[in-house]
Design a protein around this ligand. Structure first.
Ligand code: ADP
Ligand code: MG
Length: 695
């Protein structure tokens, strides 16, 4: 086998590939664009396009595609061959600058939330030169942004790039106010990806899994995750072979796939890359998800990215590890060793605390999907209430700042902020609380509410914007204050922030009922469902925030709100219809047949003068829920024919009427499943899916 460093990123139009294929002057201009955020000089586009094409053809590519991330959250691509007619029976391979820079996909089928119809139907893709093009399956993938004729963003990446400009501007302003000579910041993200792997044959027999990505029925398996024997367990050969192929593929595409292990639930796994700049991390997470799904098929497996494929065992999330660094200073969330570092760290920390408190609604809604609602607030994932965990030591230090007394560390040193060295915040003391939605883990924050299928652009766009806002707040304060010692001025600002926003800090058990009550007392938001969360998109304070930092216009916000609400309602509708279909076509006929068998036994026994108490009891146990199912199925069907006037009302209706009814139907069906013979149950059950088929 080849050594990784020999083939790592070999399918990426990387800086070293550029150096080889581009004239030196143009290469340097590209480096300036990619590394220093300079604008792309238009005149080099043809040269870059040509070099990219030559490189891709050398890699075996025949086609190219503008690869974009529409508001559906997945990725989209349309393939064009590199050919152009060159007289009769002749072609030349051709790829021009204008084809690299701009594409016009037939965009009418992508959701626009009404943006396009008000202007022009066309959508445009525009090359994003700050991410890397790559070759996969004989196609050159060019990362692009997707927008409408009037420039309105129709995708997930454009706002992310805008938010990077915003946080860069605000963070540099704050750091310069603090006396640092800095020129560039970098938001870094490491998304840890969880997923399930199940056997393809079993999967195909479950319409719910195929159509909705999750099981709509299924009583608990005989064994769940209670023994904790899956977590970090040794990986069997079939899965190991799958992981090896995933790694090889990802490494060729320049993805730093690093850590993999079994997760808590049976058949659940995690793959974590080493962190990178957020734009790249976002693209690479998309590549990672599609690679996991593609490679699984080579091994007779299916990779489920749904947030809650199985009831009764853990669902899958995606931890978004977020940090920011600046040139010459390194990671700004590293508490550091010297007093100078302390005050800088604490200032950034204060901005984050204020931001998370003021924009809890945005953080919650950035992860709101129908699937993730089944996870958040269950005893496995962070609650739907946003709070921050800092660890004991850091919390104690902040308390001492807020109350203005000297902090005494474990070695009995008395420390005053900004004057003495802050104790080293060890990772151990910051990494203990797994129930927190937003936890400080030593030198980064880990946002844990994301669902496994989510495109990470939106939550990171929000984090960047919110923190840009709060860094500006601190700069505004600082610039309007008169002070002799900047440390004192910052300490005053930090103290004020802590006094006003400490309610968002919570170190206890986020899964507990007491926390829900306590959070309510503190006035924290609990937005339980997507229908509760999404309408906050267009709250005035949020509209103002995004407008101030030029991230989304009102039109773009409204579009996102309505698209996501409609997606939620559509997903719910599809699930409800799948449920009814499976009941009518598969489950109920099997139950009737089983009932008939039982009834026959009972009659036969009675005929010969025997009692049949067990069979009668069983028949009753099946028949009682069966009658309820019959009623509720009719109700569900009639609900599905009801139309609601607005996206908000439709989503509300799903959350309040449709989903609770589906839950009841599921419980009743699972009750029957428990009472039926295995051979008579028409679809693979949880034992089959999670255990038997994976041996
Ligand atoms: P865990 O959270 O499981 O304890 P790690 O500490 O290894 O795991 O980190 C999880 C993720 O956080 C990895 O993807 C890692 O690269 C990423 N990470 C580490 N440092 C940073 C940083 N400064 N910015 C963003 N992500 C980071
Ligand atoms: Mg983690």
């Amino acid at each position: 086998m080849r050594v990784v460093d020999e083939f790592f990123a070999c399918d990426v139009f990387s800086l070293s590939a550029m150096q080889k294929y581009l004239p030196n002057v143009v290469y340097k201009q590209m480096v300036d664009v990619m590394e220093n955020g300079k604008e792309l000089p238009k005149e080099i586009a043809d040269t870059v396009a040509n070099a990219m094409k030559d490189w891709a053809i050398d890699k075996g590519a025949t086609h190219y595609t503008h690869w974009f991330q529409p508001m559906t959250g997945s990725t989209a691509e349309k393939h064009d061959a590199f050919i152009n007619p060159a007289g009769p029976n002749a072609v030349i391979s051709d790829f021009r600058g204008k084809e690299l820079i701009k594409g016009e996909p037939d965009a009418s089928s992508f959701p626009s939330g009404g943006i396009r119809s008000t202007f022009e139907a066309r959508g445009y893709t525009a090359w994003d030169p700050t991410s890397f093009a790559f070759v996969r399956e004989k196609t050159l993938y060019i990362p692009t942004l997707f927008c409408a004729y009037n420039g309105a963003a129709l995708d997930k990446k454009t706002p992310l790039l805008r938010s990077l400009d915003a946080i860069n501007k605000s963070c540099l302003r704050l750091l310069r106010n603090m006396g640092y000579d800095v020129h560039k910041t970098d938001v870094t993200v490491g998304p840890e990806q969880e997923y399930f792997l199940i056997d393809e044959e079993v999967y195909k027999q479950r319409l719910d899994l195929v159509v909705t990505g999750r099981t709509l029925f299924g009583s608990n398996p005989v064994k769940g995750q209670e023994l904790d024997d899956h977590y970090f367990g040794s990986i069997d050969e079939r899965v190991k072979a799958f992981m090896e192929e995933v790694d090889q593929e990802l490494w060729k595409l320049g993805v730093y796939a690093k850590t993999e292990h079994k997760e808590v639930a049976p058949c659940q796994f995690e793959l974590a890359p080493v962190f990178s700049s957020v734009n790249l991390a976002n693209d690479q997470n998309q590549i990672m998800m599609s690679t996991l799904q593609r490679v699984a098929k080579h091994h007779g497996l299916v990779c489920l990215l749904h947030e809650k494929p199985f009831d009764g065992v853990n669902g899958s999330g995606k931890h978004d590890n977020w940090s920011i660094s600046a040139d010459g200073l390194g990671n700004l969330l590293d508490p550091g060793k010297s007093p100078k570092d302390n005050i800088r760290f604490l200032t950034i920390l204060a901005a984050i605390i204020k931001g998370v408190d003021e924009y809890q609604d945005l953080l919650r809604l950035s992860v709101a999907t129908a699937g993730n609602d089944y996870r958040l607030g269950a005893d496995e994932a962070p609650p739907a209430i946003v709070s921050i965990y800092l660890g004991d030591e850091l919390s104690a230090i902040l308390r001492s700042i807020e109350k203005d007394y000297e902090y005494e560390d474990k070695t009995k040193r008395k420390l005053k902020l900004g004057v003495s060295a802050m104790p080293q915040i060890s990772r151990d003391t910051t990494d203990r609380n797994r129930t927190s939605p937003f936890a400080f883990t030593g030198n980064k924050f880990e946002f844990r509410m994301l669902g496994s299928a989510l495109n990470i652009a939106c939550p990171n766009t929000f984090l960047n914007t919110i923190f840009a806002e709060e860094m500006d707040y601190i700069s505004d304060q600082l610039e309007s204050m008169e002070y002799e010692d900047i440390n004192d001025a910052l300490e005053t600002i930090i103290r004020k922030i802590l006094k006003e926003h400490k309610r968002i800090l919570f170190s206890g058990n986020g899964y507990s009922e007491e926390w829900r009550e306590e959070a309510k007392k503190r006035g924290l938001l609990e937005l339980s469902t997507t229908a509760d969360a999404l309408p906050h998109y267009t709250d005035q304070k949020n509209v103002d925030l995004f407008k101030r930092h030029r991230i989304y216009t009102m039109e773009e916000l409204q579009a996102r709100e309505s698209i996501l609400l409609d997606t939620y309602s559509q997903v719910t509708g599809i699930e409800a219809r799948t449920m009814i279909h499976m009941l009518r076509k598969q489950i109920l006929p099997a139950v009737f047949a089983f009932e008939e068998k039982l009834a026959n036994i009972i009659t036969t026994k009675h005929k010969v003068g025997l009692a049949a108490p067990m069979e009668e009891k069983l028949l009753k146990n099946i028949n009682v829920p069966l009658e309820r199912i019959s009623e509720l199925m009719d109700v569900l069907e009639s609900l599905l024919t009801k139309s609601q006037e607005t996206s908000v009302l439709r989503a509300r209706f799903c959350a309040d009427e449709v989903i609770p009814l589906m839950k009841c139907l599921r419980e009743l069906t699972d009750e029957i499943e428990k009472n039926m013979a295995e051979e008579d149950w028409p679809i693979p059950d949880y034992n089959d899916i999670l255990f038997k088929s994976m041996i």
